[in-house]
Design a binder for this molecule. Structure first.
Ligand SMILES: *Cc1c(COP(=O)(O)O)cnc(C)c1O
Length: 372
């Protein structure tokens, strides 16, 4: 069987990347090899920032490996999962030749990275199932990826903006079908808010699978820019060679380590519990409004909502100082807004604004339904 690293660009096979002063395995007491300042900046409390950071901070890497129940060698830390997306496209796709499959409507960074690399974008739109919501068309993805020579397939689970999670069996079947031909990337930015097990549980059996996780959403550390790719150790080592020399700023690594302490993880679990509770309440309340056509089932920290008059809803919310994500330019979502789950008070304000838009008769009907 071939190694999964055969899926890397041929011209990058054997590429060693930048050799930084930090990467030379030398030992000493007086470090004069990296042109760092010998004196700290007064703003740098403990003086650690005068040195270049560990490219993959060992303590953080260990904590993330434990958090996601994988080995440290399976994990690459980057500047958010956005960087992992970009690295995957750059490391695997020869411009003008190797395609990237996306399933619209979906998170826009896959297409942005493909465009920047000059990789053909292949869209296999999600199917809109009356019960399940927006779901991938796995038959079509497998066919199109094979015919058009795709190197990467991006799946998002739970999906943004659809909110639905993908069954692991479907992911595994697709990865098997594309073995030796393409990497299947499962972006799990919202996994903590759902109930489904992570696709990391499939990694041992499926070397062409990559899972993306982030501290930006459930862990409430978006500004720290810490995300990871989890995959075959050989593939991770190759991606690292394509990455910037010092991708993880030490203040960010320190914040992430503190943010993953046992106490912090208890707080994270509580926040996730709040989101799940509010998601149920907001979905039911929105559903009861006459101006709401559909609220998609969500395993994430947002709801995708179709409106009778999305323009009026968007404007009324904005006039009340509430900014939601306009999805009307996204494929098939001409009447949809994406609303992030806020605090109970914020969600009440959203509901108050949208209720006030309702014609009086509909309000009475909605109220009657809610009380029943
Ligand atoms: C928010 C989001 C990300 C970005 O994560 P970062 O780690 O902050 O870069 C990745 N994927 C999806 C689907 C997202 O919605």
């Amino acid at each position: 069987m071939n190694a999964v690293t055969d899926l890397l660009r041929e011209d990058l096979q054997g590429f060693a990347g930048y050799s930084s002063a930090r990467s030379e395995a030398l030992d000493g007491e007086i470090w004069l090899n990296a042109n760092e300042s010998a004196w700290p900046n007064p703003a740098d409390g403990d003086g650690t920032c005068r040195r270049y950071p560990d490219p993959q901070p060992a303590d953080l890497r260990g904590m993330l490996a434990a958090l996601y129940a994988v080995q440290a060698e399976q994990l690459l830390i980057g500047r958010g999962s956005d960087e992992a997306i970009d690295l995957l496209v750059r490391a695997t796709c020869v411009p003008g030749r190797d395609g990237v499959v996306v399933t619209s409507p979906v998170f826009g960074m896959y297409a942005v990275s493909a465009r920047l690399q000059g990789a053909p974008l292949i869209d296999v739109p999600l199917l809109d199932d009356p019960q399940a919501g927006l779901v991938p068309d796995f038959e079509a993805i497998g066919d199109v990826a094979a015919v058009r020579g795709a190197k990467l397939v991006f799946l998002c689970s739970p999906s943004n903006p659809g909110g639905g999670a993908i069954a692991l069996g479907d992911i595994a079947a697709l990865a098997r079908r594309l073995a030796g031909r393409a990497l299947v990337v499962v972006d799990e930015a919202y996994a903590e808010f759902g109930e489904a097990p992570s696709a990391t549980t499939l990694l041992d059996a499926l070397p062409n699978l990559v899972v993306l996780r982030t501290l930006s959403k459930a862990h409430a550390l978006a500004a720290a820019r810490i995300g990871v790719a989890i995959a075959d150790p050989g593939l991770i080592a190759a991606l690292r060679r394509c990455q910037a020399p010092y991708p993880v700023p030490s203040p960010c690594a320190a914040l992430a380590v503190a943010g993953l302490s046992p106490e912090a993880r208890v707080a994270t679990a509580q926040r996730v519990g709040n989101v799940r509770r509010e998601r149920v309440r907001l979905r039911q309340s929105l559903h009861a409004l006459a101006g709401v056509l559909r609220v998609y089932p969500s395993q994430a920290n947002f709801l995708l909502v179709r409106f009778r008059d999305a323009e009026a809803a968007f404007r009324a919310l904005l006039a009340a100082g509430i900014v939601v994500r306009d999805q009307r330019a996204a494929r098939g979502l001409g009447d949809a807004l994406r609303i992030t789950i806020g605090t109970p008070e914020q969600n009440d304000r959203v509901l108050a604004v949208l209720s006030a838009l309702e014609p009086a008769t509909a309000r009475i009907a909605a109220h009657g339904r809610g009380a029943a």
